[in-house]
Every structure is written in structure tokens, then in C-alpha cells.
Design a protein around this ligand. Structure first.
Ligand code: ADP
Ligand code: MG
Length: 267
């Protein structure tokens, strides 16, 4: 692999394509090869992400953890196809996202990634059902199928009975569950969550973490970005980021420290 890393920037277009097909066959949804994001500030170069190599398989539950300013959001924006790397290769589900133009990037993002944000980002005037239906409208799905899938997605987060409520008629935890239902409705390859419990009290945060665990058990691939140990430890694997680099990549002892809420879906 070391040989490949050093040669990665020199691959021909055909070799890049072949590599993507191989990754897809191996069930690797996310693979970065030496990716960098460099910002120019005056006469200074800031390497927000510097030479990161990450590989995530289908069905994994991974936390990306690091202190403030370590490059988590920048890395998440790259993984989520919200931004392109300055240098390096990024394969998402076998496709070379780092080579894509903005419109193609938007398309793969909508298809492959379900985002969950700290502040929910729901439409205030729309019902839970309509919020969840929105990505399907953008995807051009016909209305009857849309409704069915949006309801199914709300059912997966135990909110079907609240589907006609607007965000201000729901609790913080319920709003985040609507946002998670919306992220799931397109059946994305990965669920990408940036500090999803950051705006919630700790009990509600635990409920959301229990929900992520259940979604993982249902087969979803989850990537969670956080600066909190307690949150990161819910994942099966923690990638520690510092100064834009991967400092450590560890498998957690989650089975031993499993939250008592897990498997007890009373929320
Ligand atoms: P985190 O999410 O871990 O707090 P960020 O990814 O937001 O870290 O930032 C990583 C580093 O990159 C920080 O030093 C930050 O100041 C810098 N940075 C982030 N975005 C920009 C930008 N648009 N322009 C210049 N520097 C940036
Ligand atoms: Mg951040």
C-alpha cells in the first residue's frame, strides 16, 4: 500500500477507474488517498486536512473525533462532497469524487449521503412529513411513492404518529429524529452526522445515540463527527484527528461500555 500511496497522484484515468471498481467490489464506501485541504490566508498556508488516509467499509459505525480546530468539519465537508480536496484522491462508493465538478458532486452527494447537523436544519413552516419528503422531491420521485417512503422513514425513527407536526410543535430530540428520517429517506450509502447531539441535553443526546445504534444494527453505515469522547465511544471505531492528520484509528470496546438505553426504545 505504501507504494501505491506514493504513486497515487500519478495514476492514469484508467487506473483510477479500475481502482474505484475494486474498492466497490470490496465493499469500501469511503476511501481517501493522501487528501489535503489547504487554505491560503494572506501569505500563510493553512493545511486544515493534511495527507489523510481513511478507509470505511459498508456497515461500519465510525466516529471522527478531535479537538476544536483539528480539521473535523473540513474533513467531513470533503467526505460529504460539500467541498473538493486541494490534492489527493477521494472515492465514494467506487466513484472518484475528488475529480468531480460541482454539479456532478451535488448529484453524488444527494444520492449517496444523508446529512445530520447539530442544528437540525429543518424547514420551520413544513410538517415533519414534508421535511422528510423534500429530498425525494429533489430526486424526482413521484408523489405517492414519496409519501410512502417518507412515512416509512419516520416510522424508522418512531415518529410516524407526529408526522403532521411542525418543528416548533416537536421537542429537540424529536426534531433531530425528523432530521435523521430525512437523511435516511434517499437510502444513502452513508449517514454523515456532525455533532448531532451538540444542541441537545444529555438525556435527549443519549436517546439520539441509541437511535444511531439501532440504525447501525439495521445495516446503515454511519460516520459521526464529534469532539466528545462519550459520544465517540458509541461507535465501533474511532478515528482520532489532530492538526489535520489521523493521529490514531482504534476499535472501541463498545460492547463492554454499552449504554443502558441501547435496545430499550422507549423514546
Ligand atoms: P474543527 O471542525 O475540528 O473545529 P475545522 O475543520 O473547522 O476544525 O478547521 C481546521 C483548521 O482549518 C482551523 O485551523 C481553521 O481555522 C482552518 N479553516 C477552516 N476553514 C477555513 C477557511 N475557510 N479558511 C481558512 N482557514 C480555515
Ligand atoms: Mg467543526
Amino acid at each position: 500500500m505504501a507504494t501505491f500511496q506514493t504513486a497515487v497522484h500519478d495514476l492514469s484515468p484508467k487506473e483510477r477507474e479500475v481502482r474505484g471498481e475494486q474498492l466497490k467490489r470490496d465493499g469500501i464506501v469511503i476511501r481517501t488517498y493522501d487528501i489535503w485541504k489547504t487554505y491560503i490566508m494572506g501569505d500563510q498556508e493553512i493545511h486544515a486536512v493534511s495527507g489523510v488516509e481513511i478507509e470505511i467499509k459498508r456497515g461500519e459505525y465510525v466516529a471522527i473525533m478531535g479537538p476544536s480546530g483539528s480539521g473535523k468539519s473540513t474533513l467531513m465537508n470533503l467526505i460529504g462532497c460539500l467541498d473538493s480536496p486541494t490534492k489527493g484522491l477521494y472515492y465514494l462508493n467506487g466513484k472518484l469524487a475528488s475529480d468531480m465538478e460541482d454539479d456532478e458532486l451535488a448529484r453524488i452527494r444527494n444520492k449517496e449521503i444523508g446529512f445530520v447537523f447539530q442544528t437540525f436544519n429543518l424547514l420551520a413552516r413544513a410538517s415533519a412529513l414534508h421535511n422528510v419528503e423534500l429530498p425525494l422531491i429533489y430526486a424526482g420521485i413521484p408523489s405517492s411513492e414519496r409519501l410512502e417512503r417518507a412515512r416509512e422513514s419516520l416510522r424508522a425513527v418512531d415518529l410516524e404518529q407526529r408526522m403532521h407536526h411542525k418543528p416548533n410543535e416537536l421537542s429537540g430530540g424529536q426534531r433531530q429524529r425528523v432530521a435523521i428520517a430525512r437523511a435516511l429517506v434517499n437510502r444513502p450509502s452513508i449517514l454523515l452526522a456532525d455533532e448531532p447531539t451538540g444542541a441537545l441535553d444529555s438525556n435527549t443526546g443519549n436517546e439520539i445515540m441509541a437511535l444511531f445504534e439501532r440504525l447501525h444494527e439495521d445495516g446503515n453505515t454511519i460516520v459521526l463527527v464529534t469532539h466528545e469522547h462519550d459520544i465517540a465511544n458509541h461507535a465501533n471505531r474511532v478515528i482520532h484527528i489532530r492538526d489535520g492528520k489521523v493521529e490514531r484509528d482504534e476499535t472501541t470496546t463498545k460492547a463492554a461500555t454499552r449504554s443502558p438505553m441501547a435496545g430499550n426504545e422507549k423514546f
